[in-house]
Ligand binder design. Structure first.
Ligand code: PMV
Length: 322
C-alpha cells in the first residue's frame, strides 16, 4: 500500500507574512523570517487507497468535511498531478498541542501533509521543492519544512518562492513563551485575512519597508544579538496589526490581556530582561526571550491578569519522515 507518515512543527514568524501578491498560488507580498518550534508536532499519515471514491481527512480523531477536507483534497490533487498516482487518499493528522492556544497548526499540518503525500506517491523531493509545494497549502507551511531559523523569499513566480534555513536550531538559545489570553476560535482565519491586507492603505508602506526589517532581523539572528532583534520583531508585529486594524472590514485580534502583556514585556525589557513580543492573527502573545530568562519571564507572565496559560518552546527541527 502506498503509504507514508511524516512529522512537522509549527513556527513563529519574527518578520511576518501578511497578504499575497497572488492569492491562488500563495505568493506572499513580502518575505518573512521564522523560528521552527521544538516539541510541538503534527504527525500526518497519507495512504493512497484504490477503493476510495474521494479523499478522507481525519483530524485529531474526527473525520472532517466541508472546507477543511476541500483544502486537503486541493493540495493532494496538486501533488497527484505531478505523479502517476490516481488513487484517493486517507489522511490522518494528529497534533500534540491543542487548537486555539495561538500556535498556528496550518504550518505544521501542510508541511507534514506535503512530505507524507509526496513520499507515499513515490516522489523523493529536495527540501526546496517540498517547501514550494507546502506553500500552496498554507504559506507559512513552506517555512516548517526546515528547522531552526528560516527565511521565505517573496517572488512573482511559483518556482522562486520557497524557504531556506538561515541558521540551525542549536545556533541560538531563543525561547518562545506563548501567553494564552483567550482560547476562543478566531472569527477570521489567515487565508481570509491575507485577502483583506490590500484593502488597508498602510499595507504598501509595510511591504515596501519589509526588506529593511528582513535584513535587520537576519543580521540580529546571525549575530545572536537580542538587543537588535527585539525592536524589529515588535515593530514588525505592530505593523502587521496596524494593517489588520485598518483593513476593510477591520480585524482587531487583540483582547485586553494582549495589550497588558505587550505593555509588561516592554517594561521588563526596559528593566534589562531580554524579552520581546510578537502577536499573530489572534489574541495570544508570543514572548521571545533568551533561555536564561525564560523561567523568570514565564512566572511574570503567569501573574498577569487574563493570562490563562503559558506554553514554552525553543527552536525545533525540520519536517521529517517517520
Ligand atoms: O500561513 P498562513 O496563511 O496561516 O498565514 C500566517 C500568518 C501569520 O501567522 C499571521 C504570519 C506568519 O508569517 O506566520
Amino acid at each position: 500500500m502506498p503509504t507514508a507518515l511524516a512529522q512537522a512543527s509549527p513556527n513563529i514568524a519574527f518578520v511576518k507574512y501578511w497578504g499575497n501578491r497572488n492569492q491562488g498560488l500563495r505568493l506572499p507580498s513580502n518575505g518573512s523570517i521564522s523560528m521552527t518550534l521544538e516539541g510541538l508536532e503534527t504527525r500526518t499519515s497519507v495512504s493512497y487507497l484504490p477503493e476510495l471514491t474521494q479523499d478522507e481527512f481525519w483530524l485529531d480523531g474526527s473525520q472532517t468535511r466541508g472546507q477543511q477536507l476541500e483544502r486537503v483534497t486541493k493540495h493532494l490533487d496538486h501533488i497527484r498531478s505531478l505523479t502517476d498516482m490516481r488513487s484517493f487518499a486517507s489522511v490522518e493528522s494528529q497534533n500534540n498541542f491543542p487548537a486555539g492556544v495561538g500556535i498556528a497548526s496550518s504550518a505544521s499540518a501542510f508541511a507534514s501533509l506535503t512530505l507524507a503525500a509526496c513520499a507515499a506517491a513515490g516522489m523523493d523531493l529536495d527540501p526546496k521543492s517540498l517547501s514550494r509545494l507546502a506553500r500552496l497549502g498554507s504559506g507559512s507551511a513552506c517555512r516548517s519544512i526546515f528547522g531552526g531559523f528560516v527565511r521565505w523569499f517573496a517572488a512573482d513566480r511559483h518556482e522562486e518562492s520557497y524557504a531556506e534555513q538561515i541558521a540551525p536550531a542549536n545556533h541560538w538559545g531563543l525561547v518562545d513563551l506563548v501567553a494564552v489570553a483567550s482560547r476562543q476560535h478566531k472569527a477570521i482565519g489567515s487565508t481570509a485575512g491575507h485577502a483583506l491586507a490590500e484593502t488597508s492603505p498602510l499595507q504598501p508602506a509595510r511591504v515596501e519597508d519589509a526588506p529593511r526589517r528582513l535584513e535587520l532581523c537576519q543580521a540580529a539572528i546571525l549575530a545572536r544579538d537580542f538587543s537588535n532583534l527585539a525592536p524589529i520583531v515588535e515593530q514588525d508585529s505592530n505593523m502587521m496589526h496596524a494593517v489588520m486594524q485598518t483593513s476593510t472590514p477591520p480585524l482587531l485580534y487583540w483582547q485586553p490581556a494582549t495589550v497588558a502583556i505587550m505593555q509588561a514585556v516592554r517594561e521588563w525589557r526596559r528593566a534589562g530582561i531580554p524579552v520581546c513580543y510578537s502577536v499573530d492573527a489572534g489574541p495570544n502573545v508570543h514572548c521571545l526571550c533568551l533561555d536564561d530568562a525564560a523561567d523568570d519571564v514565564a512566572r511574570r507572565l503567569e501573574a498577569i491578569e487574563g493570562v490563562l496559560e503559558v506554553r514554552r518552546a525553543g527552536a525545533g527541527g525540520p519536517a521529517r519522515l517517520l
